[in-house]
Write a new protein. Sequence first.
Length: 692
Amino acid sequence: MIGLITGTSKNSDFPAAKIKAAYKLIDQTPVLDDKLMQLYQWAAAYYQFPIGQVLQTSLPVQIRKGNAAEEKQSHYWQLTGAGASFETSSLKNAPRQLELLELICRREKMTSADLKKSVGKEVSSILRTLVEKGLIEEVRHQRVTETHNKNLYGEDEPLQLNPEQQIALTAIRQNNDQFNVHLLEGVTGSGKTEIYLQAIADVLALGKQVLVLVPEISLTPQTLRRFERRFNRDIAVFHSGLTDNQRLSAWLRALNGRADIIIGTRSAIFTPLANPGLIIIDEEHDASYKQQDGFRYSGRDLAIYRARQLNIPVVLGTATPSLESLNNALAGRYHYLRLTHRAGEANHPEYRLLDIKGQELSEGFSAALIDIIRSHLERKNQVLIFINRRGFAPLLLCRECGWIATCPRCDSSYTLHRHPPRLSCHHCEAQKPVPASCQECGGTDLAAMGLGTQKTEQTVKDLFPEIPVHRIDKDSTRNRDALHNIIEKVDSGKPCILVGTQMLSKGHHFPNVTLVAVLDADGGLFSADFRGQEQMGQLLTQVSGRAGRGETSGEVVIQTYNSTHPTLQSLVGEGYVPFARKLLEERKLGNLPPFSYMALIRAEASNQNLPIKFLSEIVDDIQSAFTNVVVIGPMPSPMEKRASMFRMQMIVEADKRSWVQLFLNALITKMEEHPDNRKVRWSVDVDPIDFT
Ligand code: ADP
Ligand code: ZN
Ligand code: ZN
């Protein structure tokens, strides 16, 4: 077993006979410094997850397997004294030996592998001959990168900032040697990344490291190349495609200070940093910063904790601030920096609500929308159609008896897919062939109801047969190249139609898209989840931000049955921030986050009665001791049955974080002691964002 020593003690509550000796110490110095250990401990306590598992899930696999936290040493070849003064003409009958000798002389730190690349397979026998002649020797070094001698900048130089950018950068520069939180709000294309890069340059010039967190999907080769082109510095990148060795190497480079810039998704917040100077969180509102299973932490919130702990600044960038961050900025706890213009030539898109009440739709498209799409295509522009549901159609319905194909394991209908044909449950991943007839009445008049990306793709292909149509969703982009190929085609600038899900709202910019069409905005308006409207506003704004980044400005058309809905009106008429401020007022009235603090407790079991009994008994036991905490539930989860498990949930709410924490501590102790503890799968989600 590999263990981690987090402290030592002379005494123990454990029976002495049960304590085993550690028989080997893998690392001679602590791998995690005090501050990082303290971050882990705080996170484990706050998110109510065992510290051992927290460490397990966030240390590199190689470390967990018991490898020492050291980089693999490489062997290099160098000339001996005799080799350096050797008269090379005497080797003219041995051209391969001469070639190797010259390579070793000309270039530093040649490994056998490097030499093999130039000389070929027989390299080891030639090397042996040269060693026998006393001309070369093998040495061991740590591999050292020498980037620090080079210029800071690579092939891209910093841009001349516009006045708004300049104000923002100046604010970040001031007091950049201490803890500060900046909320940098700016639409897509307003030049936030340019500000990050210039703020990073300041910190690198001081010899310090920068940690950059990005959402899962936006860690694209394009993003990375922008950093690489700007800086002649070691960049350690953490993404899901790394091998265990690459991950360890990036982690060690950050740990020992050789990596200057560390870029990664959520979990990179736990990267050890030798010399931290700045943390940047791009798209701070993005839901992927919150882990949704196991150790349910928020990478963004931990970043702010870590910045305070390290006494360094943190920059949160986004076009659509989360209500939490906006509230902090409005209250003056964060510096609020705003970019209101686009950096290049392009203008803001124009919004238009298209009322579809009483109108006939053909597969989700009103006649007016089809005309608008046609006019953009006629002007040789590109069009983006947003629909937030993948697959062909969300329902397969028998027109004779009303039977709907539902997943037997979940409270959910199957989604019909056409490419390839199958029924698929988006909640448990179950798949089955498409039935030819109704399972209730045997009728064969089965209809695909509702809209999915595949159906919409088919519809626009029929409407505009001469225009290429590209679909972007989880199914069409399962391999990395697929997305890349689509983007290349779109980048060529020729007229085309993009149909996609929220994947379209992130990362990629489509400069020649002049129309964004949203087929249905109404789902978000009436969501049961108190964050539904916030998420809708962020999504629509982000999708719209993809349009018109080139010379031509864009247009955003939103189909809705609720064109007079005040929230939608505010979003479209005034923009995201005034809209978000209205939502904040509503949250305040309802005493909802960020004006109160929440935790969600889930319990599930294959036996339907067990979770409710379990949660009720525990709450009844402790509730009276916590008068400052409101407990809502236990009640069935919105999706009561998922993957054959029956699910109950309970929300805990209080005006102070510490009150929630005290309640959870008591609750978890009770749950662990409960006789059904092992029969019920329970979890605790602090500051939840997903209530399904
Ligand atoms: P964001 O991160 O807010 O989406 P970017 O920093 O990516 O914005 O900037 C959008 C585009 O505008 C990029 O092509 C960038 O090179 C360009 N840009 C940014 N700042 C400036 C500037 N001050 N002058 C000219 N072009 C700029
Ligand atoms: Zn039927
Ligand atoms: Zn299912």
